[in-house]
Design a protein around this ligand. Sequence first.
Ligand SMILES: NC(=O)c1ccc[n+]([C@@H]2O[C@H](COP(=O)([O-])OP(=O)(O)OC[C@H]3O[C@@H](n4cnc5c(N)ncnc54)[C@H](OP(=O)(O)O)[C@@H]3O)[C@@H](O)[C@H]2O)c1
Length: 397
Amino acid sequence: MEIVRLLNTAACIASRAAGDVEPNPMVGCVLVRDGVTLGLGHHRRYGDLHAEREALANCRRRGNDPRGSTAFVTLEPCCHHGKQPPCTEALIGAGVERVVYARPDPHAASGGGAEVLQQAGIPCELCADNPLATHISDPFVKRVTTGLPWVIAKWAQTAGGSLTTPEGESPWITNALSLTRVHRLRARVDAIVTGIGTVLADDPLLTARGVRRVRRVARRVVVEGRVKLPTECKLAQSAMDGGVVVVRPADVAGHAPEKSPERQRRVDAGACAHRADDPALTLGALPGVEQLCVPGSGGRVDLVAMLRQLVERYDTTTVMLECGPMLLEAFFEAGLVDEVFVYVAPDVDKQPHRDGLRGEPAGWVGSLPLVRTKPLGDDVEYWFRRLYNRPHNRPQV
Ligand SMILES: NC(=O)c1ccc[n+]([C@@H]2O[C@H](COP(=O)([O-])OP(=O)(O)OC[C@H]3O[C@@H](n4cnc5c(N)ncnc54)[C@H](OP(=O)(O)O)[C@@H]3O)[C@@H](O)[C@H]2O)c1
């Protein structure tokens, strides 16, 4: 139980860095000797000290000697020289006596630290008993093992299951508290994906506003079946703020991938269109707008191919979907959604929210485990999350 509690503490402090460390994983570490916590730390920002070095520094700042301690860490300590030297070196050098970690590091370069520590005479134990500690590095593990980003779907709906408001009414279904939560999410993801249906109906901006600290400025991505995005829409007009990518299937007339890589590069950069009257030319001339052709058919983008491109071209680890029912359903059908935030407002007749998520969208969530519900005034936030690639649990304690 003590191990589970300590790994939980490590995971809780690690989670403070969501949006600051990607593409690295969120990692936390607690140093304990004879039941006393000597130091704790987490990886705070991409390029900065790793959790183990943070915890050792914290330990020394408190006037403690880490020798003979046990390090409880959410991810296997790294053993390679990247932006920081190997954590294994720091743990060995500090005289740490034992390491307990919640998940193996699958990265070809940084993984294998447990073996290095064992060879140095430091027993290393994998303990996957704490779900928070085990899964806090899910986005990192998913990207490393599949080449795909972590996909968060977010939508607002009425208790009856409607995602839209009657024409002429405000497009906002939920209250200000729910909107604030959404802006916080926007402020920590790499990309926000919407569909052309949403752009044409609501003309959203999709930036993070009113949050204390924008941890990263998300690239905004619009998925369309053919060239439709109006140049005067808010997304196109604000494209310099983080960039806007317009994604289309390569089967769209005149938009098959170019044979010459140079011409493809220029098309992608919006520098040239396929025909003089091509609307893509006007769109491509807007600063900050990029156009991307990905595989697809029947006017539908291949969503896996699109996600791969977002990783490869833009170093994307986390994606948030803020689209309408059509694209949302396509993502769910393809099994691509890892995490869901649903904001449920009372029905139009203001009947309070009573008995859980209802209506058609509830079916999309399928078997994703419900993590938590949180009242937000009249609204309720539902949070679902996939337990990604649960590793074999072999506690040796
Ligand atoms: N409550 C909420 O949280 C929320 C959020 C966003 C939007 N909305 C509402 O949703 C409505 C719009 O919904 P929508 O379903 O029409 O729009 P959408 O899902 O945002 O966009 C759908 C469009 O995406 C394009 N597309 C390209 N590849 C696709 C693929 N593989 N699968 C599916 N679509 C693909 C198609 O464009 P082409 O037509 O060019 O083929 C399709 O029409 C609006 O009323 C808006 O207010 C609600």
